[in-house]
Design a protein around this ligand. Structure first.
Ligand code: PGA
Length: 259
């Protein structure tokens, strides 16, 4: 049996389209997630739904998170939401550096400030990294290393206990044919991520950082990803928008811990 709970993060992105649908989706997930003792389920709805959705559950088996936050605490930043605001709306987690935000122009420097702000406000950070493509020369490894180093440039050792790294190869995110990285490749990257963290922070602190995988995870591939990839959890996009599919995923992950 694994020592720590695995973590399954639902990234709802800009879905569903109405609050009514969001409540129905969450109720469907809650009926199963609230019973699973071996995993931590984290639901990240659009921030406008966060407060009300988080009030629909009061235990610890389900936690809530934002999908982004700004680095300043308050002020004239039209349209932005601070990490403190997320926290006071029921979030204990925040996804940062998602490839869809990076594609809109978010830089490593901005991400590093967001990570710092979120950790200062006692949010757990799910920091997304991932290569656009894999080249035979292994340049993507340098790319991943740079992303980690740059995103964590303002984070000291103390912040590591609230850090989760999500390896999300961009080509696998939203992939139409649900192509994922292979379990072997995922395993290699988890080791690589820990090595990069060890080089920055020292081995003792680096090994405690959880690494999760994201990109076309579904209930059929999640067992192989978790066990073969040796990851601490999964970040789920599309398949978290259907309660039945998502509940199958969390049930599979919950059972792995019993083996
Ligand atoms: P997907 O998205 O599961 O739909 O591929 C994953 C993500 O973007 O986090």
């Amino acid at each position: 049996m694994k020592k720590d709970k695995s973590i399954v993060v639902a990234n709802w992105k800009m879905n569903p389209q109405s609050f009514k649908e969001a409540k129905i989706l969450f109720s469907g997930i809650k009926s199963v997630a609230s019973k699973l003792v071996n995993i931590q389920t984290v639901i990240c709805p659009p921030s406008v739904y966060l407060n009300e959705i988080s009030k629909m559950y009061s235990g610890h088996r389900i936690a809530f998170g934002g999908q982004d936050c700004f680095w300043e605490e308050k002020g004239s930043f039209t349209g932005e939401v601070s990490s403190g605001m997320l926290k006071s709306s029921g979030a204990n987690y925040v996804i940062l550096g998602h490839s869809e935000r990076r594609a809109l122009g978010e830089t490593d420097e901005q991400i590093s400030k967001k990570v710092r702000s979120a950790l200062d406000n006692k949010l757990k950070v799910v920091l997304c990294i991932g290569e656009k493509e894999r080249d035979e020369d292994g340049n993507y490894l340098d790319f991943l290393k740079n992303e980690i180093e740059a995103s964590l440039s303002l984070v000291s050792k103390n912040g590591l206990s609230n850090l989760i790294i999500a390896y999300e190869p961009i080509w696998a995110v939203g992939n139409k044919s649900y192509e994922t990285a292979t379990p072997n490749d995922i395993h290699e990257i988890t080791i690589f991520i820990k090595k990069v963290l060890s080089d920055i922070y020292g081995r003792k602190d680096a090994v405690s950082v959880k690494v999760v995988y994201g990109g076309s995870a579904n209930y059929e591939n999640v067992y192989e990803i978790m066990v073969g990839g040796n990851v601490d959890g999964i970040l789920v996009g599309r398949e978290s928008l259907n309660a039945e599919s998502f509940n199958k995923i969390i049930s599979v992950v919950n059972n792995i811990n019993f083996e």
